[in-house]
Design a binder for this molecule. Structure first.
Ligand code: NAD
Length: 495
């Protein structure tokens, strides 16, 4: 059976822990590979290699770094299809969707190509007689990124592109369910001229994550995954005095006002709820229908669902692939069953869909008359399940969204500019779409939710990513005439 190793010091490195984990092909339900799971000793090894590389890399010129990023950008763009197929084979998402993921990751690499602009400091001339003050941003050293299964190429790119361009060495700990995308990226960075050790992949589970957090030579941790683990990583890392940004789960609401274009809103709801089988942190999972719009909208969505082509991700016309594991598939089915027991109406029940015989498939599900107390509303299901919550007023809708513990993404569908502006102003959510269902910011803005969707102070990538992966230094300098030197025990003043 194919074995997925680690990538240390610029080469494939076999695991030595004796532990490994199954990697499935979700479209067939069969195990296709075994991934090595690192021990703390192997984490020591990768950190030692990264530390050595970090010292030299921090001294590399901005020209060198940007040239490598430009070369990597070209490689990634020309090999998108190859990477998309690898993602699809382990994650299950359809190839076109995986190619979209790579394209969004590519934006982060393009942002990193312009890193010189973002590392420019500021200078204040003549703050006092003959004195200048200027600021610098310097790399942290070795930084690590722990990533989730649902975007095996894009989420690592959110982190490593900026981290490396800022002069750090980056260690990626991808999800053990679909680790091959990071391994390909590691090889291609070497092809682009990145020195060995600047980007490494250590495969593993909790043991590897804990060892990375605890290692004294790892300066900062970026994490993306579920809320309980995000909170845990944040607590453990910050208790050791480290910089941590930990992005967690979500329950994203789409609010539809009665004046919205129903066809446009229904198309958006189907795309955002069932794309990637709902396994997106920005997927819409709660639809808040205000007043009279509910009946019409529920009907428009239910009419569209039979048209969604469910098949293995590699089928040319597939629109929705399988879920990540059989266990997760059963979990989603359990939520749908209990929702009905709780009183929700299954307008479309995914367990009754015409599905491929093999693999971890579950059909698009539309639950109506869901109330905020129901488990299917409270929990992040992370599957193709859309819950419709009916409310009477716009205010009730905003209050509902604001009382949710998550605050990752949200969207409003309306033709009323005043309502959209009020929504954008009042909603307690980090990323807001106005007639845009999945408002993932472009790479030159930053990505991050509020409340239980993010632990830490900085959002990911873009300008906040540069701040996260660098440390500021302020220099106060004087080049005096030696004859003016004198002793002064008072506190320095800028007279
Ligand atoms: P997960 O939390 O199970 O795993 C994420 C990472 O943490 C993996 O690399 C995993 O190996 C590691 N991990 C798992 N258990 C651990 C433990 N006990 N201790 C230390 N490390 C551990 O998440 P997942 O199932 O891979 O991904 C889906 C989740 O990620 C969803 O909740 C989704 O909303 C979230 N997500 C959030 C964003 C965002 O931007 N906020 C983006 C993508 C995914």
């Amino acid at each position: 059976m194919r074995r997925i190793q680690h990538f240390i010091d610029g080469e494939l490195t076999a695991g030595t822990s004796g532990r490994s984990s199954d990697v499935y092909d979700p479209a067939t339900g069969e195990v296709q590979a075994q991934v090595d799971l690192a021990s703390a000793t192997e984490v020591d090894h990768v950190v030692a290699s990264a530390s050595k590389a970090a010292d030299e890399w921090a001294e590399s010129s901005l020209t060198q770094r940007t040239q490598i990023m430009f070369r990597f950008r070209e490689l990634l763009a020309s090999r998108t299809d190859e990477l998309a197929r690898v993602i699809s084979s382990e994650h299950g998402k359809v190839v076109s969707d995986a190619a979209g993921e790579v394209a969004r990751g590519l934006e982060n690499v393009e942002f990193a190509c312009g890193i010189a602009h973002h590392l420019k400091g500021e200078i204040s001339e003549q703050v006092s007689a003959g004195i200048e003050v200027y600021s610098l941003r310097q790399p942290l050293g070795v930084v690590a990124g722990v990533t989730p299964f649902n975007f095996p190429a894009m989420v690592p790119a959110w982190m490593f592109a900026t981290a490396i361009a800022c002069g750090n060495a980056f260690i990626c700990k991808p999800s053990e369910r679909d680790p091959s995308a990071s391994m390909l990226i590691a090889e291609w960075l070497i092809d682009a001229g990145l020195p060995p050790g600047v980007f490494s992949v250590i495969n593993g589970d909790k043991e590897a994550v804990d060892a990375l957090i605890d290692h004294e030579d790892v300066a900062a941790i970026s994490f993306v995954g579920s809320t309980p683990i995000a909170s845990y990583v944040y607590e453990r890392g910050t208790a050791l005095g480290k910089r941590v940004q930990a992005l967690g789960g979500a329950k994203n609401h789409m609010l539809v006002l009665p004046d919205a274009d129903i066809d446009m809103a229904a198309d958006a709801a189907v795309s955002a709820a069932y794309g990637s089988a709902g396994e997106r942190c920005m997927a819409i999972s709660a639809l808040v229908a205000v007043g009279s719009v509910a009946d019409e909208l529920v009907e428009a969505i239910s009419k569209r669902i039979p048209g969604v082509k469910i098949a293995a991700g590699t089928e040319p016309d597939a629109e929705m692939g399988p879920l990540i594991t059989g266990e997760h598939c059963a979990r989603v089915a359990g939520y749908v069953q209990r929702a009905q027991d709780d009183g929700a109406v299954a307008v479309v029940d995914g367990s009754e869909a015409d599905l491929p015989q093999k693999g971890f498939f579950y059909g698009p599900t539309l639950l109506d008359r869901v109330t905020p107390e129901m488990e299917c509303y409270r929990d992040e299901i992370f599957g193709p399940v859309l819950s419709v919550v009916r409310v009477e007023t716009f205010k009730e809708a905003i209050d509902l969204i604001n009382s949710n513990p998550f605050g990752n993404g949200t969207a409003i569908f309306t033709r009323d500019g005043g309502a959209a502006r009020q929504f954008q102003h009042e909603v307690q959510v980090g990323m807001v779409g106005i007639n845009v269902p999945i408002p993932v910011p472009v790479a030159y803005h930053s990505f991050g939710g509020w409340k239980s969707s993010l632990f830490g102070d900085t959002h990911m990538y873009g300008p906040e990513g540069v701040r996260f992966y660098t440390r500021a230094k302020a220099v106060t300098a004087r080049w005096p005439d030696p004859s003016s030197s004198q002793i002064d025990l008072g506190f320095p003043r800028n007279d």
